[in-house]
Design a protein around this ligand. Structure first.
Ligand code: AHR
Length: 498
């Protein structure tokens, strides 16, 4: 198969936003305990933080990290996790049927973000709690001193405020599984009042209202419209969450998952703009796609414990990713980048052990899943402005999405050159791509790498995480301002031009 595309420096969607490369740390399974925090690990530092994990987090290039949940946050009492560790209570975590020892809390997280060089993004509990507790946590985090919770933080060893800018107003409040689940009207009112009061402490916050948990929710669309009718003036972003997996061996549909992400983003943006018009507002509400990934939710190991079993940090949601999963992750990043005009933040869910690019062995090594690589390379090399390409490509037939383009691509451009991120979603056919880059002023291929494998089900493990990595793609060449490259089936590629 062959495909062609044109890239033009004039077709700018918007800037590459660092926050597109956010991730997520929830008190869930082994994400915090035995993930980022394991005091008796040989490589733990003086704060009990795993330095081997910190190194991989830096290599991944994540920018913003959302915390502490997720479903967990809807039953969380943040005060349990601050102050002298020996006085912190262990609590039942109803969301994941686990016990949280609370030996890791807000202050430990903030120390971890400083060491990882990432921006914290906090979520408040609007499930079992409300306006007051959100204000208390905000005061603890952002007020310099002289008031109860600010002085409590100082006494707990943090003289300077954390000045957290981005706050999620609850989590997935549209979901019947959520503790304190609400109707759109109930949640919209609560979000508006919480936001209004939080801004009385700190007017510069960026606040995220909960959107839908996925695009197949029965309330999708109506939920966003109702919540924004209540809260439009008070919030900056509306969230979107989406998880994809290969269902019943339908690889073609799975590889086209970004079609749903595109639809999701376009629909939420249109709904937000409808409320903007109806409420005669001038500002735009943008999207925080603060949970997205591949997640095999139907697998048995995804299910939490039950009955009298309330374990601490059980193995939960520890999906092992294969090459096709990594191609989909790379494609979802392409979708997020091409919507950089409306998606102002995003978080791969999650960061360590729980549906994560980074895995750890208890008291053993940390290692990279296949999905680590497209994320790390995109985060490192996407720079400047996002360009919208014009693509002419063959299509592939999918059961879920009908005919979709076999090729999906996006490009970024800055003073150093341009970078093309492209997937071949054909299950069987290689595609020869010819790209007109005349207007970009580039003269050579700096680097071309492709992630693919004859066996796309190959998974990284602790014992072998390096046999399949993005490899140089020697077919890439630039001739007469035309880039040509061979893209194997089920592949993700990055081509850097300068
Ligand atoms: O990321 C795992 C879970 O998925 C989160 O806790 C929840 O918000 C979502 O349903």
């Amino acid at each position: 198969l062959t495909a062609s595309a044109v890239l033009d420096r004039a077709f700018v969607v918007g800037p590459v936003r660092p926050r597109t490369f956010g991730t997520f740390v929830e008190h869930l399974g082994r994400c915090v305990y035995h993930g980022i925090f394991e005091p008796d690990h040989p490589q733990a530092d003086e704060d009990g933080l795993r330095t081997d994990v910190l190194e991989l987090v830096r290599e991944l290039g994540t920018t913003t990290v959302r915390y502490p949940g997720g479903n967990f946050v809807s039953g969380y009492r943040w005060e349990d996790g601050v102050g002298p560790v020996d006085r912190r209570p262990a609590r039942l975590d109803l969301a994941w049927h686990s016990t949280d020892p609370n030996t890791f809390g807000v202050d430990e997280f903030m120390r971890w973000t400083a060491k990882a060089g990432v921006e914290p993004m906090m979520a408040v509990n609007l499930g079992t709690r409300g306006v007051q507790e959100a204000l208390d946590l905000l005061e603890y985090c952002n007020v310099p001193g002289g008031s109860h919770f600010a002085d409590m933080r100082r006494a707990n060893g943090a003289p300077d405020p954390y000045r957290v800018r981005m706050w999620c107003l609850g989590n997935e409040m549209d979901g019947p599984w959520q503790i304190g689940h609400k109707t759109a009207e109930e949640y919209g009112r609560l979000a508006a009042e919480t936001a209004r009061a939080m801004r009385m402490i700190d007017p510069d916050l960026e606040l995220v209202a909960c959107g839908s948990s996925n695009s197949r929710m029965p309330t999708f669309g109506e939920w966003e419209a109702t919540v924004l009718r209540e809260a439009y003036e008070h919030v900056d972003h509306i969230s979107a969450h989406a998880y994809y997996y290969e269902d019943d061996g339908d690889l073609a549909s799975f590889l086209a998952s970004a079609t749903d992400m595109d639809y999701f983003i376009d629909s939420v943006a249109a709904t937000a703009d409808y409320v903007r018009a109806a409420r005669k507002q001038s500002k735009r509400v943008h999207i925080s796609f603060d949970e997205w990934n591949v997640w095999y939710q139907k697998r048995a190991e995804s299910r939490p414990p039950s009955g009298d079993d309330w374990p601490v940090a059980p193995v939960l949601l520890e999906d092992r990713y294969n090459v096709a999963d990594a191609v989909v992750v790379g494609n979802l990043l392409i979708s997020l980048l091409r919507h950089t005009d409306r998606v102002h933040a995003a978080s791969l869910a999650q960061l360590v052990n729980v549906i994560a690019p980074i895995m750890t062995e208890d008291r053993g090594p940390a290692w990279r899943q296949t999905t680590f690589h497209p994320f790390a390379l995109t985060a490192r090399h996407a720079a400047g402005e996002v360009l919208r390409p014009a693509v002419a490509a063959p299509t592939v037939e999918t059961a879920q999405f009908g005919e979709v383009s076999a090729i999906d691509l996006v490009a970024t451009r800055d003073d150093d050159g341009a970078v093309v991120f492209v997937v071949n979603r054909s299950v069987t056919e290689p595609v020869g791509l010819s790209l007109d880059v005349r207007s970009l002023g580039v003269s050579r291929v700096h680097e071309a790498v492709t992630l693919a494998n004859p066996d796309h089900t190959w998974q990284a493990t602790a014992a072998d995480s390096t046999s399949v990595l993005p490899r140089p793609n020697t077919s890439a060449g630039l001739d007469d301002a035309r880039l040509s490259v061979e893209l194997p089936p089920v592949s993700w590629s990055m081509i850097r031009l300068g």
